[in-house]
Design a protein around this ligand. Structure first.
Ligand code: CDP
Length: 225
């Protein structure tokens, strides 16, 4: 069974997807970590971020491994190196949407994602999971929240990791990425037609997790009736 959770930055995807996976005993897949890992490699290698073909080759060749740390967080290893922290710096985050816009990069990472989720029960989080990666997912959820709240959440998350950034600056960065992700031609950020839209503004993640679990129960009940 695949559960797809899509939405823009700061909508609560990671916390909710991780929480739902833990409660159900499913594996959690953070597709954004793959795009971030390729972006890190591109920046470190001095690649031209507008060269889709070269970035696609980089994405295909990279060995990216996601290792679960007791269901609490996921370690990201690229070619054997732990890059869990590096991939979440504002520099990598800012460049990730440019790298992710290339069809060649998306094709390479699509194969990796499909191979991972082919066997087993997964909660997959991203931008195009319900539309492209797992169009047959048993449940698709699209999370949103207003831009100010998303910026506050992201600023708090950065602070927890020791990075100070003003909420205003975070909001501008998020809005820029939303714009790039929503307007690209390859697999843009959008809700699948059959996705359940959940506005998480003002909600705590535990409440959103409960709501998604209710939806899973509904899907399971429909499957057995
Ligand atoms: O955590 P946050 O929502 O800020 O970002 P992320 O999920 O780690 O994704 C980082 C970037 O990767 C996004 O801004 C997208 O450009 C790209 N991405 C994508 O294009 N498709 C996905 N399925 C996941 C991420």
């Amino acid at each position: 069974m695949i559960i797809a959770i899509d939405g823009p930055a700061g909508s609560g995807k990671s916390t909710v997807a991780r929480g739902v996976a833990r409660r159900l005993g499913f594996t959690y897949l953070d597709s954004g970590a793959l795009y971030r890992a390729v972006t890190l490699l591109a920046l470190e290698g001095g690649a031209d971020l507008d060269d889709g073909a070269a970035l696609g080759r980089l994405a295909s060749a990279a060995s990216i491994e996601l290792r679960d740390r007791d269901g609490e967080s996921v370690e990201v290893h690229v070619d054997g190196r732990d890059v869990s922290h590096e991939i979440r710096t504002p520099h990598v985050t800012g460049a990730s949407s440019t790298v992710a816009a290339h069809a060649e990069v998306r094709a390479a990472l699509l194969s990796k994602q499909r191979a991972l989720i082919a066997a087993g029960n997964y909660v997959v989080e991203g931008r195009d999971i319900g539309t492209v990666v797992a169009p047959d997912a048993a449940l698709k959820v699209f999370l949103t929240a207003d831009a100010d709240e998303r910026a506050r959440r992201r600023a708090a998350e950065l602070e927890r990791r020791g990075l100070q950034m003003e909420a205003r600056e975070v909001k501008a960065a998020i809005e820029k990425r939303d714009r790039l992700d929503s307007t690209r031609s390859a697999a843009p950020l959008r809700a699948a037609e059959d996705a359940v839209n959940l506005d998480t503004t003002g909600l705590e993640s535990k409440d959103v997790i409960e709501r998604v679990l209710e939806l899973v129960d509904g899907v399971r009940a429909a499957g057995t009736s």
